[in-house]
Design a binder for this molecule. Sequence first.
Ligand code: AMP
Ligand code: MG
Length: 353
Amino acid sequence: METVVVTLTGNDTACQIAAAGQILKQGGLVAFPTETVYGLGADALNPQASRRIYEAKGRPSDNPLIVHISNMEDLGKITAKVPAQAMELAAKFWPGPLTMIFEKSPLVPFETTGGLQTVAVRMPSHPVALALIQAGGGFVAAPSANTSGRPSPTTAEHVAQDMMGRIPMILDGGPVGIGIESTIVDVSGDMPMILRPGFITKEMVQDAVGPVELDPGLAAEGRNICPKAPGMKYRHYAPKGELILVDGERKAVQEEIIRLSKKAASSGRKVGVIGTDETCGAYPYGLVKSIGTREDEETIARHLYGVLREFDEQDVEIIYSESFSALGIGQAIMNRLLKAAGHRVLTAKKTED
Ligand code: AMP
Ligand code: MG
């Protein structure tokens, strides 16, 4: 299949999006920018179209898709009931990087929900995403537009790396703003529960609706508990090389990464180091990349997947990364890094000064 990459340019945007909407209406796939990561869209109400997403991504069929909508009236059509807390969260965070899990209505095929009675719904804020949803019939199932298991795409080039020849169209709207997937909150039970951390933090959800639980399956120490979001159980977001996180006191972490990268380099392995703007200059061995600045952790979220993909392109075999605090957006950053690392974490011993 030939993949057309459409660069969205001011004057032609409406026509370009209308053409993409036609592909969706005919059951085809279109990759498009959202504010979180690039999505791989299909008509969520067409079972055949949803199946095409699983094929293109090589995604396990029990991993449900998020349905993207562009207005609140459409939420009622695909859900059985919308709890009051969900309305409050929607009022506060939609359009935006929040996905909520509802009981589904019969309109949504099981092919889209991975066989579940619940449906995940998000209203994105990216203007291209909103326009495409409207042009494509109102309900667009869209997981991240990467091959299953690889880092999510944050640019159209990343999408092309994984999807060239597999889908008819990629809409290029430039790099995304946030860089990690939406926060998922299950609002179908008594108390809202965070199933996947994201840009909208637990504290922000709590401020809006009061007490919120965190899926116990998310905690690293609870690795034998199955997460409630089926997708969270897979090793995910992963680079091709081996990724190891180094945790501990700041200076001890740096010294440990220097020691490990020196050792791996001297044994002939191609080594990568993930540091920050504050520390990158201190690493003498391997290919060193900054993931952002600790002064503004949103920059770390934005660069995370791009940095992992760059190491892939350079065939790096082993990557050592600094760790981050699990507070605020740091919780989402550490969730993705830990999964990318298959939970391999070394603790650096405190050094004597
Ligand atoms: P992706 O869009 O590829 O970033 O992944 C969507 C995430 O949403 C996966 O982790 C899914 O398991 C999760 N998800 C989608 N629908 C549901 C649902 N009905 N219940 C729980 N998790 C869901
Ligand atoms: Mg994904």
